[in-house]
Design a protein around this ligand. Structure first.
Ligand SMILES: Cc1cc2nc3c(=O)[nH]c(=O)nc-3n(C[C@H](O)[C@H](O)[C@H](O)COP(=O)(O)OP(=O)(O)OC[C@H]3O[C@@H](n4cnc5c(N)ncnc54)[C@H](O)[C@@H]3O)c2cc1C
Ligand SMILES: Cc1cc2nc3c(=O)[nH]c(=O)nc-3n(C[C@H](O)[C@H](O)[C@H](O)COP(=O)(O)O)c2cc1C
Length: 659
C-alpha cells in the first residue's frame, strides 16, 4: 500500500475510546434477530470485525414501545445479549456503539396503536396522524432514551449514538416542518432542540463520564425541512455544551427516501454536497461521513479533503465483510463490490424472508456456515462442469474452485455474464459491470478453465466425464402472447413484426429516434425500467402499460424508482405510464390496451411493442443429463427465473454441497 492509506489506518479517539482505524459501519437494520441480539446477528458483526472494521454502530434500537424497529432496547433482557455480542467482538478489536432510536410518526408500533410524534402531522409512510407527545410526557421519553443507554453501557458496548436524522422522532422535533408545537419544545431552534439536549444530558448521567455519546443528523431534502445550516447550528450548540463527542452526518428523510441510500446511479460521496456543509462547519468533534463509499482509496480521499474524520461504508461491508483486511493485505481487487442495487439489503426482495440480504454476497446473515472463510478445502477433488457463465454459473465455479475441485465452465456465448450482458446495456447500471468485472477477475485468479462460445448439449457434457454438473443455463423471455392478467387469451397481433422482447430490444439495433414504443411491463421489476430508459435515451417516445397499480413497484422498494422516474420524466422524449391495463391488440403503428378496472380501452401509437414478461427456464439440459452423469444440479434462472440474488445464492449453495 506504500502508505497511501495512511489516514484510513490512523487510530482516532472519541472521548476515552480508541477506534483502531477510520472505517465505520453506521447503523443499519438487519432483522437478523427480529428484535433480539441473535447468534446470526453476532456472527454478522463478528465477520466484519474480523474483516478489520474500526467502528460499528448497531442498528436502530427502539427506546420505547411506542415505536419498534431493529433491536428492542427498552427491556433489561437486552443487557445479557449485548454482553454476549461483546464477548465475541471485543477480542477482534472493533468498537461497537449503539444507535438509540424512536421512529416518531414514521414507524408505528405493532397492533394498530397510534404513532407518537412531535406534532399531529400525518407520517409520510403511513399517511396516518401521530398523537403528539404531551409537554409533561416528554420526560418519560427522555428517561426511556437514558434507560436504553444505560442498558448498552451495562452490556459492555463502547458508545451511544442518538438517531436525530432521517425524519425520525428527534428529527421531527428539530424540523420546523414537522414540529408545530407551541410549548417549550416548539418554535425557536433552542426550543426545538430542547428534547435532544435533555436526552443527551440524561444519557450522560446514565452512562457516566467516559462513554462516547454522539448524534446522527442530516438535512431533509424538501422545502421547509431541516436545512444544512440549521443542522450545523444544532450540532455546534450541542458540541459547545459538551453534550456530544461525535457527529455522524447523513442526508434525507422519509419525504425523500432515495437520498438515504443512493442506488447504483449515485457516485461515491454523493451525500457530501449536503452533509459536507454540516461537517465543514462543525469541526470541534470527530465527524463521520457516509454515502456509497466502496473503497479505502475513496475513504482516504475524503479524510484527506477534511470533510470527515471517519468514513462509513455500510453496503460495501454488506457485500464484503473483508474489505478492510483484503485492502490492507494488498488484495483490493478481491473485494466483492457492492453494486448499489439495494435489492437484497433494503428491499430484501429475495422473497424468502425479511432478513437482511445481499444480492452479491450469499453468506449474509449466515457467515459462520457460509462465509468464504468457512468454505473449507475438499479432501476428494471432483471434476466439476459448470454449464452457463451467468451469475449463477460464475458463483458456482468460484466456490467449487475455492473448495479445491477441478472446475471447467462452458458458456455458449462469446463472453461471460449471461443476462447481465443484456441488463448492462441500459443506462445507470454501472453496478452490474462492477460485479461482472469482479467475477472475471476471480475466474482468472482462481484458475477456473473458462470455455467461451462453447454451447454444450447433453452428449457433450457426458463425454467430458464429470463427477458433478451444475446447470446454470438461464431463462428465455416468454413470447406466447399470454399475459398474467389474462392468461387464457393470446394477445391479438402478438406475431406482428413490431413486437420484440426486452432481450431482443437491448441486444438488437436501436430503434429510430422520434419513433413510438409501448413497453408492456407484466413483471413490475427493474427490467421494464431499464427498457424504458434505454428507449428514452435514444429519443424514442415511450408509453409503459402495466397490469400493476404503479410502474416498477418492486424497484420502488429498493429506493431506486423515484430517481428513475425523475430521469424518465426529464428525458429527451415523451414518457407516459398506463396502470392496471393489459395489452389487447397490436396493429401496424399502434397498440390497444384494455383496462383491468372498467375504464375505456386506449389505443396508443406504437411502432414498437416491447414485452417485459416472465421468463421460461432453460432446464432441458438438466433433465437430459439425469441418470447419465453421477450428480446434476440445476440453479438460478434455469431452475426458475427470478433475480441476481437468488442466482448467486443457488450457485454458491450448489458448489458447497458437492461431496
Ligand atoms: C434487461 C434485464 C435487466 C435485469 N436487471 C436485473 C436487476 O437489476 N437485478 C436483478 O437482480 N436481476 C436483473 N436481471 C435478471 C438477472 O440478470 C438474472 O436473474 C440472472 O442473470 C440469472 O442468472 P443465471 O446465471 O441463472 O442465468 P443467466 O444470467 O441467464 O446466464 C445463463 C448463461 O447460460 C448460457 N447458456 C445457456 N445454455 C447453455 C448451454 N447449453 N451451454 C453453454 N452455455 C449456455 C447463456 O448463454 C447464459 O450466458 C435482469 C435481466 C434482464 C434481462
Ligand atoms: C439495510 C439498511 C438499513 C439501514 N438502517 C439504518 C438505521 O437503522 N439507522 C440509520 O441511521 N441508518 C440506517 N441505514 C443507513 C446507513 O447507515 C447508511 O447511512 C446508508 O446505507 C448509506 O451508506 P452506504 O452508502 O455506505 O451504504 C440503513 C442502511 C441500509 C442499507
Amino acid at each position: 500500500m506504500g502508505g497511501t492509506l495512511r489516514r484510513v489506518f490512523a487510530p482516532i479517539r472519541i472521548r476515552g475510546v480508541e477506534i483502531p482505524n477510520r472505517i465505520v459501519r453506521t447503523a443499519h437494520l438487519t432483522k437478523l434477530g427480529m428484535g433480539l441480539v441473535s447468534e446470526d446477528l453476532i456472527g454478522y458483526h463478528a465477520a466484519r470485525a474480523r474483516g478489520g472494521v474500526g467502528l460499528s454502530i448497531m442498528e436502530a434500537t427502539a427506546v420505547h414501545p411506542s415505536s419498534v424497529l431493529g433491536l428492542i432496547g427498552y427491556d433489561d433482557s437486552v443487557i445479557p445479549m449485548y454482553a454476549k455480542l461483546m464477548d465475541a467482538i471485543r477480542p477482534l478489536g472493533m468498537r461497537v456503539f449503539q444507535q438509540l432510536w424512536h421512529g416518531g410518526h414514521v414507524y408505528p408500533p405493532p397492533g394498530g396503536r397510534p404513532m407518537r410524534g412531535a406534532s399531529a402531522l400525518p407520517g409520510p409512510v403511513t399517511g396516518l396522524p401521530a398523537v403528539p407527545i404531551g409537554t409533561e410526557e416528554v420526560g418519560e421519553f427522555v428517561a426511556a432514551y437514558a434507560a436504553a443507554a444505560r442498558r448498552s453501557a451495562e452490556g459492555g458496548l463502547d458508545g451511544i449514538e442518538v438517531a436525530a436524522s432521517h425524519g425520525y422522532l428527534m428529527h421531527q422535533f428539530l424540523s420546523p416542518l414537522t414540529n408545530t408545537r407551541e410549548d417549550r419544545y416548539g418554535g425557536s431552534l433552542e426550543n426545538r432542540m430542547r428534547f435532544l439536549a435533555e436526552v443527551l444530558t440524561a444519557i450522560r448521567q446514565a452512562v457516566g463520564p467516559d462513554m462516547p455519546v454522539g448524534v446522527r443528523m442530516g438535512a431533509g431534502q424538501i422545502a421547509g425541512d431541516l436545512d444544512e445550516q440549521t443542522v450545523a447550528d444544532v450540532a455546534q450548540r450541542l458540541a459547545d455544551r459538551g453534550l456530544i463527542d461525535f457527529l455522524n452526518a447523513s442526508m434525507g428523510d422519509y419525504y425523500a427516501t432515495h437520498w438515504m441510500m443512493g442506488g447504483m446511479d449515485r457516485p461515491a460521496g454523493y451525500m457530501l454536497p449536503s452533509s459536507g456543509k454540516i461537517t465543514g462547519s462543525v469541526t470541534s468533534v470527530p465527524r463521520i461521513v457516509t454515502g456509497r463509499f466502496r473503497t479505502l482509496e475513496e475513504a482516504e480521499q475524503v479524510l484527506r479533503s477534511g470533510a470527515g474524520d471517519l468514513v462509513s461504508m455500510v453496503r460495501a461491508h454488506i457485500a464484503d465483510p473483508d474489505l478492510v483486511r483484503k485492502t490492507r493485505d494488498g488484495r483490493a481487487a478481491q473485494v466483492r463490490p457492492c453494486i448499489g442495487c439495494n435489492q437484497g439489503c433494503i428491499a430484501r426482495t429475495s422473497g424468502v424472508d425479511l432478513r437482511l440480504g445481499c444480492t452479491v454476497n450469499p453468506a449474509i446473515g449466515r457467515e459462520k456456515t457460509h462465509g468464504d472463510d468457512a468454505i473449507g478445502t475438499t479432501v476428494s477433488p471432483r471434476r466439476v462442469v459448470v454449464v452457463g457463465g451467468g451469475p449463477a454459473g460464475l458463483e458456482a465455479a468460484r466456490v467449487a474452485r475455492l473448495r479445491g475441485h477441478h472446475v471447467a465452465l462452458y458458456e455458449g456465448f462469446d463472453q461471460l455474464g449471461g443476462a447481465l450482458n443484456v441488463a448492462r446495456r441500459a443506462p445507470k447500471t454501472q453496478g452490474l459491470d462492477d460485479i461482472l468485472d469482479w467475477y472475471k477477475t476471480e475466474m482468472k485468479r482462481l484458475g477456473v478453465e473458462c470455455h467461451l462460445s462453447a454451447p454444450l448439449e447433453a452428449g457433450d457434457v457426458v463425454a467430458l466425464g464429470p463427477d458433478t454438473v451444475i446447470v446454470a443455463t438461464g431463462a428465455d423471455p416468454t413470447v406466447d402472447g399470454r399475459l398474467i392478467a389474462a392468461p387464457g387469451e393470446v394477445v391479438d397481433g402478438i406475431d406482428s413484426p413490431g413486437v420484440r422482447t426486452s432481450v431482443e430490444l437491448l441486444t438488437g439495433p436501436a430503434p429510430a429516434a422520434g419513433s413510438h414504443a409501448l413497453v408492456v411491463d407484466d413483471v413490475g421489476q427493474y427490467e421494464a425500467v431499464s427498457v424504458a430508459e434505454y428507449l428514452l435515451t435514444r429519443g424514442v417516445d415511450v408509453t409503459v402499460a402495466t397490469r400493476l397499480p404503479a410502474f416498477g413497484p418492486l424497484v420502488d422498494a429498493a429506493m431506486r424508482m423515484t430517481v428513475a422516474l425523475e430521469r424518465l420524466n426529464s428525458g429527451p422524449a415523451g414518457f407516459t405510464v398506463l396502470t392496471r391495463v393489459t395489452l389487447a391488440r397490436v396493429r401496424p403503428g399502434q397498440a390497444t390496451v384494455r383496462s383491468l378496472v372498467g375504464a375505456a380501452d386506449a389505443t396508443v401509437p406504437a411502432d414498437l411493442v416491447v414485452l417485459v414478461t416472465y421468463k421460461a427456464s432453460r432446464s432441458r439440459l438438466a433433465a437430459e443429463l439425469a441418470g447419465r452423469v453421477p450428480d446434476v444440479r440445476l440453479v438460478g434462472d434455469a431452475l426458475a427465473a427470478r433475480d441476481l440474488q437468488v442466482a448467486i445464492r443457488e450457485g454458491n449453495d450448489a458448489a458447497r454441497r458437492i461431496a
